[in-house]
Write a protein that binds this ligand. Structure first.
Ligand SMILES: NC(=O)c1ccc[n+]([C@@H]2O[C@H](COP(=O)([O-])OP(=O)(O)OC[C@H]3O[C@@H](n4cnc5c(N)ncnc54)[C@H](OP(=O)(O)O)[C@@H]3O)[C@@H](O)[C@H]2O)c1
Length: 347
């Protein structure tokens, strides 16, 4: 337990990534909470969630890992204390830090990349308390649990930017999502709420059933049906889907090009099969289709998504919640691919 002074904790429990013989691993620490600057906010993190990206960070696949980095980008909690110049937040406010600490609004700038939480040099949220600038926080939906809210900053917002901000998905559209992880299921839920029909690819028939219960219009087992692009076209009367969340990378991209409808929109998001794609993009030109690179989203987009989630009563899909002492098991579970939706750590 953290010791406290004047009602505010002085120390925190956290995890840091430390180098070992076989790469980085989690190390639990108890340490002093960093000092609060005038424009900083002290947030007690109640829950954090894992993304595929957190596996890439730990494995060094997104570049060198800073020794001692606090991992995870996605968390939610409540404001405990504010710096002397903070005007926007008060103790007790329910908040989530933004994935890109400095991307509050407007177009993305490359400089934002260096301050993505839980990667590169910037500490993340796998800690009981974090100190963040006031402009890097977003209010979470009223009445939503901290566990649910902890799934929104990366997975939810990526699907939102892809489908709504950039894709302008609307009623009558068709969507293809690859797999049943965090981004894919948020894509399914957002598209369903906007009146679109979603086809879900999954390697598991049990997960396909769960996706159907969540609102999927059709599902395809991509292992039993490796030519899933042919099946997507058959299901859509030969037209293809109007929207597609490309999560697979090099191994799926050529099929995605064949599954997208004329005039359709591919959101390039994922890297499951590595960094790429290296496809011949001529087909996009021939069918007047578009590909957008998607990089999570801004605080402004996060606010808009939260309003939509509240209006439509969307409940994030959490597969399993682990305790603080089980953080390593949460990583292993995500890496196993057995999850349906999100994996959460309660702090
Ligand atoms: N650009 C961005 O801003 C951004 C943001 C978030 C995520 N991403 C990327 O998007 C992808 C999804 O992230 P996530 O956190 O949602 O992942 P996740 O929750 O870990 O999703 C894992 C699931 O995806 C499915 N899957 C794995 N490999 C697949 C493949 N080759 N083809 C089709 N489905 C496959 C599997 O579903 P089944 O078990 O059902 O087969 C697996 O259980 C990752 O590559 C991640 O790095 C990018």
């Amino acid at each position: 337990m953290s010791s406290t002074t004047l009602g505010v904790a002085a120390t925190r429990r956290a995890y840091r990534l430390v180098a070992g013989d076989d790469g980085h691993h989690l190390q639990a620490v108890e340490e002093a909470i960093p000092p609060l600057g005038p424009q900083d906010v002290l947030v007690r993190i109640a829950a954090a969630s894992l993304n595929y990206r957190d596996l890439l960070v730990m494995r060094g696949q997104l570049g060198p890992v800073r020794d001692g980095l606090i991992p995870l980008s996605d968390g939610a909690g409540s404001v405990v204390a504010t710096g002397s110049a903070v005007s926007r937040w008060r103790a007790g406010d329910r908040v989530a830090p933004m994935f890109y600490r400095d991307w509050a609004a407007g177009p993305y700038r490359e400089a934002y990349g260096a301050a993505a939480l839980g990667g590169g040099a910037t500490d993340g949220v796998l800690a009981q308390f974090v100190v963040v600038p006031e402009a890097s926080l977003v209010r979470i939906p009223d009445g939503m649990s901290f566990e649910d809210a902890a799934t929104l900053p990366c997975a939810g917002l990526t699907a939102w930017q892809a489908l709504v901000v950039r894709g302008h998905l609307t009623a009558g559209d068709t969507l293809l999502v690859q797999g049943t992880g965090g981004v894919a299921l948020f894509g399914l839920q957002i598209a369903t709420a906007r009146g679109a029909r979603t086809i879900v690819l999954s390697s598991s028939d049990e997960k396909r059933e769960r996706a159907s219960r969540l609102g999927a219009w059709a599902t395809i087992n991509y292992e039993a049906t490796p030519d899933w692009d042919v099946e997507v076209r058959r299901l859509t009367d030969g037209l293809g889907v109007t929207h597609l969340l490309e999560l697979g990378g090099p191994d799926t991209f050529d099929r995605s090009l064949r599954a997208i409808a004329a005039g359709g929109h591919i959101a390039q998001i994922g890297v499951f099969s590595g960094f790429g794609p290296r496809s011949n993009l001529m087909r996009l030109q021939l069918i007047n289709a578009t590909i957008d690179g998607i990089n999570v989203g801004s605080g402004e987009q996060f606010d808009a998504m939260n309003a939509f989630i509240t209006a439509h009563g969307i409940a994030p899909v959490i597969d399993r919640t682990f305790g603080f002492d089980e953080a390593a098991a949460a990583y292993d579970y995500l890496a196993s691919g057995r999850h349906f939706g999100k994996v959460v750590v309660r702090l």
